[in-house]
Design a protein around this ligand. Structure first.
Ligand code: UD1
Length: 418
């Protein structure tokens, strides 16, 4: 276990370049299984979660070449169709590999997925959809074995617009017979990115980005080269790092239209935002104004930035109200934030935050990936030294967060083994 040591109080200033999207990389790496050939991906972030996904692909039989942010995957000789339990437990999104394996080989075995402890995170919607596609599912000794002779397109209505279930259905049905229609599909930009990559491989899909997606099965998919979109959650995190320190930051390589609810909430809190193509500039006031936030599926306010905003608002003037509608455990960071002097009351899925003038540095923990990043932002603002432990959570999703922050004038370093 390692920690970040942060000396707070510097206004961040300068430019930061956003890395490729974690949540788009994972299903796109999984999709490389489908063509039984070469996939070249650019702009893949070098973070724990992409490393684990590539490690699993290698175990399955893929040949992988890495050169910085370029990754070449050859999936011709996959021999294994079982995802080992130890790797599966390391992150939840490995469940996405099941859809790709079933799509190509009509079989896959995996265990219940791991990942951040931010709520129940069941996979019932994934399994229900697989069953509708004619896939047999047997569960024994904690393993889930999926198999079928062929996959036949059908209509799948999701009870909730789950991002992972939408991606898994797409991956399982691109090589199916006939048409699959997903209604109440998730609309997140990461799904659109996955579909763009699959279309470049020759898949026939329409409606991505809306709540009805149609997939017309094709017989074969081709080799592909694809550049992953920038990470909107990382971009939002750096905008908030600017906001909480009263700084002025230029975010380079972002897609502003993916960040509409974030930009509008920062403006509501009195930040000045300028947009020039793929650049977003934030000029934050001395003190922010309190606001209200409710997390929703895209295009609503993202749950992934709830803890980051909660932290920013802990030092805003007035009372902010945050409602978390997606993951019930995404308020665990509040206890840590309170240790730094924040004034917060939580009632079920609502947090009422009375802004204090300044936080105080102390020892806090990362409760999950985004909750950990929130503590880093708290440390940037706080008086004195903040020690954020369990930073392995943060490193799962943020590439070089410490280096990027230091370049903006922060004072943060890693202390190994604590
Ligand atoms: C993805 C993102 C995550 C983000 C989330 C919501 C990745 C790797 N992760 O997670 O960062 O916070 O979308 O935008 O892309 N649910 C069920 N049954 C299921 C599946 C989901 O009840 O079978 C529930 C979940 O418990 C949760 C809600 O649906 O309450 C949303 O989950 P989902 O959209 O599936 O999130 P993930 O794909 O896990």
């Amino acid at each position: 276990m390692s920690s970040f040591i942060i000396e707070g109080g510097t206004k961040l200033n300068g430019e930061v370049r956003i890395s490729g999207s974690k949540n788009a990389s994972l299903p796109i790496i999984a999709a490389s299984i489908l063509n039984g050939g070469e996939t070249t991906l650019y702009n893949v972030p070098n973070i724990h979660d992409t490393q684990i996904t590539l490690k699993i692909l290698k175990k399955l039989g893929c040949k992988i070449k890495k050169n910085k942010e370029k990754i070449e995957i050859n999936s011709t000789y996959i021999t294994q169709k079982e995802i080992s339990e130890d790797l599966m437990r390391e992150m939840r999104s490995t469940v996405i590999l099941a859809g790709a394996l079933i799509g190509r080989f009509k079989e896959a075995t995996f265990s219940y997925p791991g990942g951040c402890d931010i709520g129940a995170r069941p996979i019932d919607l994934h399994l229900k959809a697989f069953k509708k596609l004619g896939i047999n599912i047997e569960e024994e000794y904690g393993f889930i074995r999926c198999s079928c002779d062929k996959i036949i397109g059908t209509n799948i209505d999701l009870d909730f617009p789950s991002v992972g279930a939408t991606e898994n259905i797409i991956l399982a049905s691109v090589l199916a017979e006939g048409k699959t229609t997903i209604t109440n599909a998730a609309r997140e930009p990461e799904i659109v990115d996955l579909v763009k990559m699959l279309k470049k491989m020759g898949a026939k899909i329409s409606g991505e980005g809306t709540n009805i997606i149609e997939i017309n099965g094709v017989k074969k998919l081709e080799d592909v080269k694809y550049r992953i979109m920038p990470d909107r959650i990382e971009a939002g995190t750096f905008l908030c790092a600017g906001a909480i320190t009263g700084g002025n930051i230029k975010i380079i390589n972002a897609i502003p239209e993916h960040l509409v609810p974030i930009i509008s909430k920062l403006e509501e809190a009195n930040c000045k935002i300028k947009i020039e193509n793929n650049i977003i500039i934030i000029d934050a006031p001395q003190r922010l104004k309190a606001i209200e936030i409710k997390t929703m599926p895209y295009p609503g306010f993202p749950t992934d930035l709830q803890s980051i905003f909660g932290t920013v608002l802990s030092v805003a003037k007035g009372t902010s109200i945050i409602t978390e509608n997606i993951f019930e455990n995404r308020f665990r960071y509040l206890a840590e934030l309170k240790r730094m002097g924040a004034k917060i009351k939580q009632e079920n899925n609502v947090a009422i935050i009375s802004g204090v003038k300044r936080l105080s540095g102390t020892a806090v923990q990362s409760t999950d990936l985004r909750g950990g990043a929130a503590m880093v932002l708290a440390g940037l603002e706080a008086k004195g030294i903040t020690k954020v432990s369990n930073i392995e959570y943060i490193l799962r999703g943020y590439e070089d967060i410490d280096k990027k922050l230091n370049k903006l004038g922060a004072n943060i370093y890693i202390k190994e083994g604590e």
